[in-house]
Design a protein around this ligand. Structure first.
Ligand code: HEC
Length: 106
């Protein structure tokens, strides 16, 4: 391996390692919370089962629905328990995250 190839290799490695923390920082709390929903509602909220898909719900409706589940105003089997773990702020963040997925066409 000549010097130029070693230099090219090291530059690529440096670019890669510096890209990792940068991309890790761009993961929002809304996205982290959304991954907990995927277990039941499917990846990106597209459900493969009888559990409803949640990929086409506007942020406003998602926020209202989750708060309704959390307060018990909206009947549920599991969503009341799941929603009770989130603050108002977290509910808005996950709702906005799903809303943005819609815009990206996912
Ligand atoms: C343990 C499985 C499970 C998890 C995890 C889960 N859900 Fe649900 N979700 C359900 C079920 C089941 C329903 C139907 C209502 C019920 O019985 O609780 C539902 C209903 C919903 C609805 C209403 C959909 C409609 O069309 O009526 C929304 C919105 C929703 N979930 C959002 C979420 C979000 C956002 C998350 C993550 C923060 C999440 N869910 C996590 C199982 C789950």
């Amino acid at each position: 391996m000549n010097i130029a190839r070693i230099a090219a290799c090291c530059t690529a490695t440096l670019m890669l390692t510096s890209a990792i923390p940068a991309s890790a920082q761009t993961i929002s709390r809304g996205e982290v919370i959304a991954t907990t929903c995927y277990t039941c509602h499917g990846t990106f909220g597209v459900s493969p089962s009888t559990i409803p898909s949640i990929n086409e719900i506007s942020p406003a409706r998602m926020t209202d629905t989750l708060k309704g589940f959390r307060s018990g105003q909206r009947a549920s089997t599991v969503m009341g328990r799941h929603a009770s773990g989130y603050t108002d702020e977290e509910i808005v963040e996950v709702s906005v995250y799903f809303g943005n997925l819609q815009k990206k066409g996912k």
